[in-house]
Design a protein around this ligand. Sequence first.
Ligand code: BGC
Length: 371
Amino acid sequence: MKAVAVIPKKENSVHLVEMDKPSAGDVKGGRGVLVEVVRVGACGTDREINNGEYGVAPPGSEFLVLGHENFGRVVEIGENVREVAVGDFVVATVRRPGRSIYDKIGTQDFTTDEKYFERGISRIHGYMAEYYAENVEYLVKIPEKLAEIAVLLEPLSIIEKGLKQASDIQERLKIWHPKTAAVLGTGNVGLLTVMALRMRGYDVHGFGWELPEDYLNAELCRAIGATYDSTQKTSVTDSVAKYGQYDLVFECTGYSPIIFDAMQSLNENGILILSSVTGGDRKTDAVPSDKINQQFVLGNRAMVGTVNANREHFEMGVRDFAVCEAMYPGWLARMMTHKVVGLENFAQAFDILENGAKYKAIKTYFEVKEI
Ligand code: BGC
């Protein structure tokens, strides 16, 4: 079968490889499922891995098959699989358990292991392939009605985990009735965050770099009742004069200096969620540290970093998708802007990833098989 791989840490090494087709029997205990990949997303993480910034090949392999945003159809099941049947649509989670105590209790998204295992990113081949085999434990069933947009579930799972962290942390307050939220970044992840917060009834304010005119992302914010502001015109801190302080801020720009603006825009008892994996070495100065520190102390503010997601967060995402489709039919499909047909056209997908602004891409994905 065909797969798209890189040589980790080697710049622009993306290429096609030919591999043996896996089978359900590759997974022990009769718990294996063979999935034919229908769609696989390409995102900033894939771009950064292809830029040589990070990524680790599985032991004994010189290449790493990319791909962690996935959607597929079950074609074969092991004898002890009851949870899914042949023909079902599924999305697989990304991280697999390592050694830490968090991994041992099924919460590998909180691993403390330095070497962690993520399909398509670290030490396990990913889903940019025609098939993959997986233990059914890591597969989440997808209703047929969501098939068209289900490749967006993995990025949404990251947001669902972040929001779950926020609500868990805010249990420190006996009462927390958040009303307003700011979402920093309105790319694929940002728009999904705007959606998830709108589904929870927040007043949502999206912030991106691009000017709003002729900008689909801005239009998509407005289409579900959120606002959009360009930070070229209004900084996040200045926006407080317009919208008030935010009970919750979700950062997903990939531009780390903005977190200091975010910290100054939080309401009392508010929470800031950081989700950008900033692999560079950017530094920033002129941070009003006394002011920020004092605001955090006097206002009992909180800030949390979040990465990866577990099964429960994927399941939360399925529910938000269903509600969003019912309330705003077709909105999610509008995010699926750039389809690349066939894995052999990987160069086209990576060109779109490298030049996302030029292409006005929100979600770039491969269609490997027709739904
Ligand atoms: C993926 C996560 C992963 C993180 C760090 C993200 O792009 O969506 O599943 O944990 O990268 O590797």
